[in-house]
Every structure is written in structure tokens, then in C-alpha cells.
Design a protein around this ligand. Sequence first.
Ligand SMILES: Cc1cc2nc3c(=O)[nH]c(=O)nc-3n(C[C@H](O)[C@H](O)[C@H](O)COP(=O)(O)OP(=O)(O)OC[C@H]3O[C@@H](n4cnc5c(N)ncnc54)[C@H](O)[C@@H]3O)c2cc1C
Length: 468
Amino acid sequence: MDHTEVAILGAGPTGIGAALRLLELGKTDFLLIDAADAPGGLASSCVDDQGFTWDLGGHVQFSHYRKFDEYMDLAFPADGWLWHERESWIWFRDRFIPYPFQNNLHRLDRQDRWRAIQGLISAGSLHEAPQNFEQWIFATFGPGIAELFMLPYNRKVWAHSLDTMDFRWVGERVALPSLEQAMKSICLDEDQVSWGPNRRFRFPLRGGTGAIWRSLANQIPARNLRLSMNIERIDADARVLSSAACQVKYETLISTAPLTWLTQAMADPRLAQRAGQLQSSTVHVIGIGLEGEPPESVRKLCWMYFPGADSSFYRVTVFSNYSPNNVPAPGSTWSLMAEVSETDFTRRDRETLVQRVVEEMNAIGLIPDRRKILSRWHRVLKHGYPTPSLGRDSILAEVLPELESKRIFSRGRFGAWKYEVSNQDHSFMQGVEVVDHILYRRAEPTLSEPDLVNQRYNPFPYAEWEAA
Ligand SMILES: Cc1cc2nc3c(=O)[nH]c(=O)nc-3n(C[C@H](O)[C@H](O)[C@H](O)COP(=O)(O)OP(=O)(O)OC[C@H]3O[C@@H](n4cnc5c(N)ncnc54)[C@H](O)[C@@H]3O)c2cc1C
């Protein structure tokens, strides 16, 4: 049996963040384990048989943390990155309008404009104290924008009933409307597109998003990294991880695997039952590699949102626009990547989904000529989005401390199940922060104060908690 002081389960951004922090602090007695044969987790990339590179869903790099940016700069030199201004649009009533919807109402036709404004006037009086996401949408946007965009789009992305979801995760993730802003857009007939933390983002010149994590994992000595090791059981009392082939004895476990899986692998029926109430959605990522050049309408676009019932996908990325190296022949091939969500409430026919997506793209004009398709790529992410459902926080408040009493720290996108802090920067920093928590009992603001970390650009260490 192998022995290690710290076992890190999962070599995605969270696990890599934890491993690099341990190394920074001079700690070398740890083992980073992953079932996959390469690091990166959900932030991996792959190349299909036709030479098209795909991410597992549209990934862009933007950051709330100086430390994350320092590691991004370490992953590649400056000329290894491409910087982009976000060009994101919404397919609405058979045309594209700029994102965010609520800031660009002047693009709507007259009847919709009036619906939106009328709704904004009445918004505040609808639900003074909203109890769920649906009520929050009505109270914040009014019935006009709610029914035109916010409800259909969010129902599609989350594939859960919005009245079963919380709204306190929203923070800076949704542009909040104001009547003044809306009137300004309409009266001045002006686009307002600069909202949001991801309005400028970077992307690797080569290798897709996954190249970042492969590069950072290269900083981890081979003796500390164990790939192709699928953990099947965890004995939390004896502190032993077991795969089919071997066992690892640990003192402390940092787990980045889904919390639902973790509690089952521990064979703890009570914790498993509690964690089993957490909700999530599956994401189908469908890549379409094409010959020729993109149609004029999408030639400069980054990604597009699709709230309507005329498509299965909620978002399509023009992935060849992120880097010319995402396609086998830059200039004469290009690529689209669609994301489709699935839950028990919204089932998909997996056999026919790709063909359906192609037909929908064709009808919308994204793929004018189906004969130009060179490649169709489909990946199902069973755990795609951790749903911020009502009751989530009370489950986490119960399960995470109990795990910690057994020296198990569950962190990351599905380890901590907090959508609002589950991008790559957050996940990486959850890994960094949990190491400092384990070694020095330092606070973990990303986990405990999502709103705060999302409102600002964070230094590390966090001066105010250090002083406390
Ligand atoms: C559709 C989509 C779009 C996204 N877009 C963006 C974006 O634009 N920008 C952004 O910053 N982030 C984005 N993200 C989020 C990003 O992918 C996550 O932040 C990040 O991958 C989470 O890292 P993690 O390490 O917590 O988890 P994961 O990446 O899920 O890593 C967990 C690892 O644990 C391993 N593992 C699990 N179980 C076991 C086991 N039993 N034995 C061994 N190993 C195991 C897995 O193989 C995996 O490698 C997106 C995610 C999705 C799904």
C-alpha cells in the first residue's frame, strides 16, 4: 500500500491548484490522483479524428484573482495567449441582438420594447421578498423581460424548474436592469455591450483550454502524480483510497470528485442520502467541424445564446474564432460548438441529438450547407452544471463540516457544488485556499464568501483575513 500525507483526488483545476500550492510551500508528501489519462478534468481539450480541437463546452479565461493570473502567465509566455473582446449575441425572433438582452432593448421591435419597459416599471412591486429564482426574475426584470428572455433562457440552461432554484448565487453573474438604462438604450438607439467580468478574455494559442492545465501539471513532479487510477472506495476511518489495482493510505484527503459520488464511495448511507439531494444537470457538448469560412453573420462572434424553442442548444460557440489552431486548416475550415442541457425533467434522445442539432443550426443559418460538414463530435458531461437549488446551502452546511471532521475536504465545481464559484479561477483558488486552511487554519473566502470574491479582483494571501 502507498502512503501519502495529502491525497488529492482529481487533477482538474482544483486539484492542480492544491498541488501547486503544496509545492510552493515546500510540501512534497502528496499524491495527485485522477481516473483520466491526462490532467484537466472538465477544463480538458481533445483533438478529433479530423484534426479539430474541442473544449468540453465553451471555456474562456477570465479571473477574479491575481494568483490565478500569475499561474496563467506561468502556463504560457505572453505570445502563447490570444486576447479577445467578447462578442456575444442572442438569437431572438429570427435575428441576433447583442448580449445582455436587458441592456439592448432598442434592438427589439416596438411591441416587445413596450412589454419590456412596462414590466420594468412594475418590477419592484411584484415580489418584495422573492423566495426562489423565478420570483426573483419577475421582481428584478418585470414580466416583460422575464417572459421574453430570462425565463425561457434559464429554463433551457438549467433544465430545472426555476421555482425550485435559489437566487442568491446570482451576484455579478447577471446584468441587473434599470429603467434608466433601458430608456437610454431605446432613446439613444445605442448598443451597450461592455457589461460583465468576461467582456475581455484570453484563450491559449494552441491546444485549447486543456493546454493550460497540461502545462501547469507539468510543474508537478511525476512521483506526485498518478493518472489512470480510478478510485472506487474510500475507507474514511482507516483513511484508505482503493482502486481496482491498488490502495493509498492518506492522512488528509482533498476530494474534487462530485460530492454525491464521494459520500457513496465512503459507503455512508446517511451522508449519501443528504448529498444525494443536491441537483445538477448533464451537458452535451456537440462540435461541428466545417469546410470553408463562417457565414458573415457569425464571422466575428464568440458565442451566441438561444432562448427559443426552435433549438435544443442554449449556447453555441464559434470555436474557430478563439484560436486559428482550433481547426486543422486555418482559413479554410471553421468550427461550431453547441451545448445542450439534460436532466430528468428534460430528456434528450442521445442517438439523434447530433443530427437534430445540425438540422437546427441549418434552419437558423449557422450551417448554410450541410455538405460542408467534416466532423461531428459529441461528448456527454454527466456532471455539467451544479444546480443552485433551494436547500443546497443547508445540505452543504451539514455535509462539508462532517467530512472535515474525518479529514476529508471536498472542494471544486462538484466537490463544493457552488455554481457561483465554480469557474476555473474559482476552482483553482479553492484548491490553493484549502491547502492554507489545512496547514494554517486560514479562511477560505472563495468557498465561504462567494459574493465578496466575485465583486473584486482578489490579492493572495487575503490581507483582511490575515489580520483577523
Ligand atoms: C459546459 C461548461 C462550460 C464552462 N465554461 C467555463 C468558462 O467559460 N470559464 C471557466 O473559467 N470555467 C468554465 N467551466 C468550468 C470549469 O470547467 C471548471 O471550473 C473546472 O473544470 C472545475 O475544476 P475541478 O477541478 O473542480 O473539477 P473537474 O474539472 O471536474 O475535475 C475533477 C477531476 O476528478 C477526477 N475524478 C472524479 N472522480 C474520480 C475518481 N473516482 N477517481 C479518480 N479521479 C476522479 C475527474 O476525472 C476529474 O479530472 C465550464 C464548465 C462546463 C461544464
